[in-house]
Design a binder for this molecule. Structure first.
Ligand code: ZN
Length: 197
């Protein structure tokens, strides 16, 4: 992993952890944030309210490690919460593709003020198209790590997310964001990924 910070550089930058589902993005996100907590740095974590997969107050990885987070509906709430909490060293923003389009500008403002921003998000949706916010952060962030997964069909290297509804690949016109009981997701390689029709 190409994660190198020059210790002489001024503080305040953006780190993006991206890739498909089941690549370990959330675990890597939590790991990076916890290092700052161990060093007694002030860390505040945010997550979009839409994501209630496991719990409301925590960001939880598939393997169960977690970190407490503010659930936010709107990216401006990050600035409101930071205004009430001075001396913040690091913020984390989970699942950035689910926040509104102002989030990238807000993260730039936060980083410009000297705060370290660590964020994660899917680079592509289930149609294999770029996901909002992550697309911009790929060039705005100082540090980008793209993690891959293992194909759930063949065991190869996967960088795509297949959405399965009632046992078959989701159609192209299904809503982009649906976290319901009938959906499941699989990591797929380019050969096993089926382009939604
Ligand atoms: Zn495969």
């Amino acid at each position: 992993m190409s994660y190198r910070i020059n210790p002489k550089s001024k503080r305040g930058w953006i780190e993006l952890i991206t890739g498909c589902m089941f690549a370990g993005k959330t675990e890597e996100f939590i790991r990076r944030l916890k290092r700052y907590q161990y060093a007694k740095q002030t860390v505040i974590v945010f997550k979009p309210e839409i994501d209630t997969r496991y719990s409301i107050e925590d960001v939880v990885s598939h393997s169960g490690i977690k970190i407490p987070a503010y659930s936010i509906k709107n990216s401006k709430e990050i600035l409101e919460i930071l205004n009430k909490n001075k001396n913040v060293d690091v913020i984390g923003v989970d699942e950035i593709q689910f926040l509104d389009l102002n989030i990238v500008d807000i993260l730039n403002q936060v980083a410009n003020k000297g705060i370290i921003v660590i964020t994660n998000g899917l680079d592509k949706d289930f149609r294999n198209n770029p996901f909002q916010n992550v697309d911009r952060l790929l060039y705005e962030a100082e540090y980008v790590d793209k993690l891959s997964s293992i194909c759930h069909s063949c065991g190869g290297n996967a960088n795509r997310t297949q959405r399965i509804v009632n046992g078959v690949p989701a159609k192209k016109d299904e809503p982009l964001v649906a976290i319901s009981g009938n959906d499941k997701y699989e990591a797929r390689c380019r050969h096993c990924y089926i382009v939604p029709e």
